[in-house]
Design a protein around this ligand. Structure first.
Ligand code: FEO
Length: 170
């Protein structure tokens, strides 16, 4: 049985992951409007991954006999004025999510909830990857995105990202 605290944090995480999907969809739409279809594609796939993360938290709660409570998802309210704005916001957001995952881990550790810790292991690793990818997006743009030829090429490369289901199964 999971503790009330851990259940609350896991439930919050369902909402946070759905918010992440919303945030990345907003970024995808920004780039679509700017004519950068590769960046649009990259963030659309990112949104799909975030939705999957939400489902995993939801299914984990259900697998443990807990009720999932869906709360309202906040409207993405970041303003993008330059091509680098979503990239930097994405990197900052991933660090925030890492902190949230670590907080759940810490609560599970405190309760000797080894099952939840084991479930979260995948997310701890995933977050390291997510932060790395997000930082890479910023770095690549700063290196190559400020001239039109470089941006054209970068955008083309990002068209190649394809969605694949998460490697974690419950
Ligand atoms: Fe679900 Fe980008 O962390």
């Amino acid at each position: 049985m999971l503790s009330a605290k851990v259940v609350e944090l896991l439930n919050n995480q369902v909402n946070a992951e759905l918010y992440s999907a919303y945030l990345y969809l907003d970024m995808a739409n920004y780039y679509k409007n700017e004519g950068l279809d590769g960046y649009f594609n990259w963030y659309k796939v990112q949104a799909q991954e975030e939705r999957d993360h939400a489902f995993l938290f939801m299914e984990y709660l259900q697998q443990n006999g807990e009720e999932v409570v869906l709360e309202a998802i906040a409207k993405p309210d970041k303003e993008f004025k330059a091509f680098t704005d979503p990239l930097k916001a994405g990197a900052e957001h991933e660090r925030l999510v890492t902190g949230m995952i670590h907080d759940i881990y810490a609560a599970a550790y405190e309760e000797k909830d080894f099952r939840t810790m084991q479930f979260l292991d995948w997310f701890v690793k995933e977050q390291a990857e997510e932060e790395d990818n997000a930082d890479d997006m910023v770095k690549k743009f700063e290196l190559f995105g400020n001239d039109s030829k470089g941006l054209y090429q970068l955008d083309n490369e990002l068209k190649a990202r394809v969605y694949s289901a998460p490697s974690l199964t419950l």
